[in-house]
Design a protein around this ligand. Structure first.
Ligand SMILES: CCC1=C(C)/C(=C/C2=NC(=C\c3[nH]c(/C=C4\NC(=O)[C@H](C)[C@H]4CC)c(C)c3CCC(=O)O)/C(CCC(=O)O)=C2C)NC1=O
Length: 169
């Protein structure tokens, strides 16, 4: 699992270089956005249950066949599994925000996920939509808290949706 700093140092160490202007620029940007990213993560932490619940309601309102008989969130067990998955995405997004790097998502969340979903028959398209809804909900709360650049929250969510939707939607 790597964060922005370990990732950068690793790259420079591999070729035995001192940190150059590019490295320093990316470090400045990492530290410059630090307060906003920490604020965003604390907003996620404080509101995770509400965000997941609201995102679920919005997803099932948009794609009601998911909760009808035969749908992939039909039955209490599947409904709960879906919301639990949404909670995983949100929690790991908060880690990636703090890390300033998407590596934690690749290693802990996305690896093998598409194959798992495909073998279970869980549809990717609505999952991607659920992640986008959570991003919008988080962003609105972060914007409401007065953070100057709420788009700091985009990265982790966008990374998950683009990795997941790479093929079959
Ligand atoms: C931390 C990393 C991690 C992830 C991401 C993860 C996902 C994950 N989701 C699963 C199931 C599931 N996931 C869903 C999800 C959904 N159903 C829908 O209609 C929606 C489209 C979607 C919610 C947005 C459902 C319904 C199941 C149960 C499928 C079944 O058993 O029939 C399973 C199968 C095993 C289980 O049920 O626990 C895994 C491994 N597990 C992990 O450890």
């Amino acid at each position: 699992m790597r964060d922005a700093i370990t990732n950068l140092i690793r790259n420079y160490d591999q070729t035995g270089r001192y940190l150059d202007r590019d490295a320093l620029d990316s470090l400045k940007s990492y530290f410059g956005s630090g307060t906003d990213r920490v604020t965003a993560a604390s907003i996620i932490n404080a509101n995770a249950a509400a965000i997941v619940k609201q995102a679920g309601l919005q997803l099932f309102a948009e794609v009601p066949e998911l909760i009808r008989p035969g749908g992939y969130a039909y039955t209490t067990r599947r409904y709960a599994a879906c919301l639990r998955d949404m909670d995983y995405y949100l929690r790991y997004a908060s880690y990636a925000l703090i890390a300033g790097d998407t590596n934690v998502l690749d290693e802990r969340v996305l690896q093998g996920l598409r194959e798992t979903y495909n073998s279970l028959g869980v549809p990717i398209g609505p999952t991607v939509r659920g992640i986008q809804i959570m991003k919008d909900l988080v962003k609105a709360r972060v914007a409401g808290s007065g953070v100057s650049n709420p788009s700091v929250v985009d990265g982790p969510f966008d990374h998950m949706t683009s990795e997941l939707s790479e093929t079959d939607i």
